[in-house]
Design a protein. Structure first.
Length: 101
């Protein structure tokens, strides 16, 4: 797979992909999640080298639907969706901590 094709499939620019490959830019959790979702890669394998390379479970249908929605949006709306998703994740984490107390 070419760098262009790979970067398109995980929805980042070819320039960003090149910067990751050369070590100029670090891989963030968002990119890791995109790789894992797009290619059914085991996150623990990708980050830590643990377990098998691929997830054995079928992909989550809701997640697949969300990805298709994301792909259909213009870039500013994609960024907005990501920002809102990160805020929802933070709220969820805060609620989880509160429930433990």
């Amino acid at each position: 797979m070419t760098q262009v094709n790979f970067s398109r499939q995980i929805h980042i620019s070819q320039g960003s992909m090149g910067e990751i490959e050369t070590g100029f830019r670090n891989v963030n959790d968002r990119i890791i999640q995109l790789i894992c979702t797009q290619f059914n890669v085991n996150k623990d394998w990708l980050k830590y080298g643990k377990g098998g390379m691929f997830d054995k479970e079928k992909p989550d249908i809701g997640l697949e639907h969300l990805i298709e929605i994301y792909k259909g949006l213009d870039k500013p709306l994609q960024n907005y969706l990501l920002e809102q998703s990160e805020l929802l994740l933070k709220l969820n984490e805060e609620n989880t901590v509160k429930k433990r107390k």
